[in-house]
Write a protein that binds this ligand. Sequence first.
Ligand code: FMN
Length: 200
Amino acid sequence: MIREIYERRSIRKFSEKPLSKQDIMEIIESGTKAPSSKNRQPWKYIVVQGEAKREMLEAFRTGIKREENGEALLPGSRQHISAAKYTVKIMEQAPVILFAVNPLGKDIFAEMTPEERIYEICNIQSLSASIQNMLLAAEEKGIGSLWICDIYFAYGELCRWLDTEGELLAAIAFGYPEESPGARPRRAVEDVVEWRKDRT
Ligand SMILES: Cc1cc2nc3c(=O)[nH]c(=O)nc-3n(C[C@H](O)[C@H](O)[C@H](O)COP(=O)(O)O)c2cc1C
C-alpha cells in the first residue's frame, strides 16, 4: 500500500460513473480491518446515494444558511463557509457519500470527565484509522475520495437527517476521479521529527 499512500490525493471532481456495490462493500470492509482502542471497533458507516443524497444535501444547505443567517454553531469559522459551500458542490457530483459515525460517541456539546474524554479520543483515533484504510483501499481500485469535515457547518441538520445512534464524525465522498491533482505540499519529514537518544 506504499504506492497508494504516496499517490492518494483528495479528489474534488468526480465522473458520473457509479460505483459497484461490491467495490463499496470491499472499501468499507477494509475500514473494518483498522486497529481500534481495546478492539472496540467504534464505527458505523451509512452509504448515501441517489435520492437520499439529494435529501441529505438539502439538509446540508439548510445548515449552511442557518450558519450564515445568525444562528451560527461555529461563529468563529465564518471565513470557511464559502469553502463548505464548495464542498457541497463536490458532494453533489460524487456518486457515493459515506457518513462515518462513532456509535459510542458522546454529543459534541456534552461535558466530559478526563476519562470520558480519553475514551472519546481513543474512539476517534480508531475511526480515523478506519477512514484512512478506506481511502487507501479506494485508491488501490482507482476510486477517488475526499474526507469531509465541513459537515460540522450543518451538524444538527445532518444528524437529524441521518437519525442514527452515536456521533457523526465525518463524511467521505467516493467516485471515479475526473482530475489528477498533483501532490499537495507537505512539511518536510526532518521538520516534524524530533529524535531523542542520549543527551551528549
Ligand atoms: C479530517 C479531514 C477533514 C477534511 N475536510 C475537508 C472538507 O470538508 N472539504 C474538503 O474539500 N477537503 C477536506 N479535507 C481534505 C484536505 O483538504 C486534504 O487532505 C489536504 O489538503 C491535503 O491534500 P491531499 O489529501 O490531496 O494530500 C479534509 C481532510 C481531513 C483529513
